[in-house]
Design a protein around this ligand. Structure first.
Ligand code: NAD
Ligand code: IPM
Ligand code: MN
Length: 347
């Protein structure tokens, strides 16, 4: 039987609640379509840091390299600096495995009220392609006179032609495949950042000449008519995807795929949200974002029918509104929502 080997890194906080929930639904989908998963658990994260002084072992990437995919929960612990936890686990995997295209769809599903009044399901359909390996997140910089009164901190943003061009090209290809409006919006801040962002604009214009069938815009934040694919730098992509998630009803619904399109390295699938310490341990985290990330993983693995089934099952549970977690106005729990999605997968 076709078997996919997937490395699971639940991480911290609600990551440890939503990852197992989503795995239950992936198992059910696999059963129905006659393939299987072999899940290998890696208990890396903040507890690992307290025990071993590192978020993950030194040879972590070598241990992950051979997997078909990585399924990731979330990372972050109020007792540790975010900079330490994120740069010790999630970000080195994204960079180390060259997962340069981070794909984050945001869809207003049936049954989910959006805080933008008067929108109906389907009105919002945005996909953000976020450059995921460089830009503002490049760990390049340093401290001068650390700790002293003249201390200076410098953090550089790195935009390479290779990195900028390939993610823009990736976004054009994705627009061809999935945007009904054939519209690609590039988001920059070239008025304020005259070197890096003006460079991005220039590369965007150059690449766009290879895609005459696709309309382009330089900046568009228009909540009324959103059916577009958008390409942005690492930091802008981060900010825009929390926003696009919120307008579709909840951060608990937004999935994310960190793709290494050449398949030289495993790609990684995770929810957009973090470890949510404010609700961790209470069993009420919405597992749907992670399930939808699971559906994106199935799609990437070539199991397109199973991917569609899992997304449809989540949509059906949203439509029925019988079991929803509190972020969507329900009184359900992670477990009851998971059971409901599993039942739907078996229909
Ligand atoms: P967060 O995404 O963890 O939470 C923001 C808000 O949304 C909280 O009120 C939380 O309760 C709610 N929320 C998030 N996911 C939810 C879900 N599935 N169901 C219901 N409610 C949900 O962001 P934050 O509070 O700014 O960050 C908490 C920690 O997570 C920090 O350490 C941060 O650095 C980290 N973080 C990690 C990732 C990641 O691992 N990819 C992403 C974002 C933040
Ligand atoms: C995300 C997160 C991470 C990011 C943080 C936690 C470093 O916010 O995946 O959206 O900014 O990439
Ligand atoms: Mn984010």
């Amino acid at each position: 039987m076709k078997t996919y080997r997937v490395a699971v890194i639940p991480g911290d906080g609600i990551g440890c609640e939503v990852a197992p929930a989503a795995i239950k639904t992936l198992e059910t989908a696999a059963e129905r379509f006659g393939f299987r998963f072999e899940w290998v658990q890696f208990p890396w994260g903040s507890e690992h840091y307290f025990a071993h002084g590192r978020m993950m072992p030194e040879d972590a990437l070598d241990r992950l390299r051979a997997f078909d995919a990585i399924f990731f929960g979330a990372v972050g612990d109020p007792r540790l600096q975010d900079n330490v936890t994120l740069n010790g686990l999630l970000l080195p995997i994204r960079r180390g495995f060259d997962q340069y295209a981070c794909v984050r769809p945001a869809v207003l599903y049936p049954g989910v009220p959006s805080p933008l009044a008067g929108r109906k399901s389907g009105d919002i359909d945005v996909t953000v392609v976020r450059e995921n390996t460089e830009g503002e997140y490049a760990q390049v910089g340093g401290l001068l006179y650390p700790g002293g009164p003249q201390e200076v901190a410098m953090q550089a943003a790195m935009f390479t032609r290779h990195g900028t061009e390939r993610v823009i090209r990736f976004a054009f290809e994705l627009t061809r495949r999935r945007s009904r409006k054939r519209l690609l919006t590039s988001v920059t801040k070239s008025n304020a950042q005259g070197f890096s962002m003006a460079f991005w604009d220039r590369v965007f214009r150059e690449v766009s000449r290879d895609y005459p069938d696709i309309r382009t815009e330089s900046l568009l934040v228009d909540a009324a008519c959103m059916d577009l694919v958008l390409v942005a730098s690492n930091l802008f992509g981060d900010i825009l995807t929390d926003l696009s998630a919120a307008i579709t009803g909840s951060l608990g619904l937004a999935p994310s795929a960190n793709l290494n399109p050449s398949k030289t390295f495993p790609s990684m699938f995770e929810p957009v949200h973090g470890s949510a310490p404010d609700i961790a341990g209470r069993g009420i985290a919405n597992p749907m974002a992670t399930m939808l990330a699971g559906s994106m993983m199935l799609d990437f693995l070539g199991e397109t029918a199973a991917a569609a089934l899992l997304e449809r099952a989540v949509i059906q549970v949203l439509t029925d509104r019988r079991q929803l977690t509190p972020d969507l106005g329900g009184t359900g729990t992670t477990a009851t929502v998971t059971d409901e999605v599993v039942a739907q997968l078996r229909v």
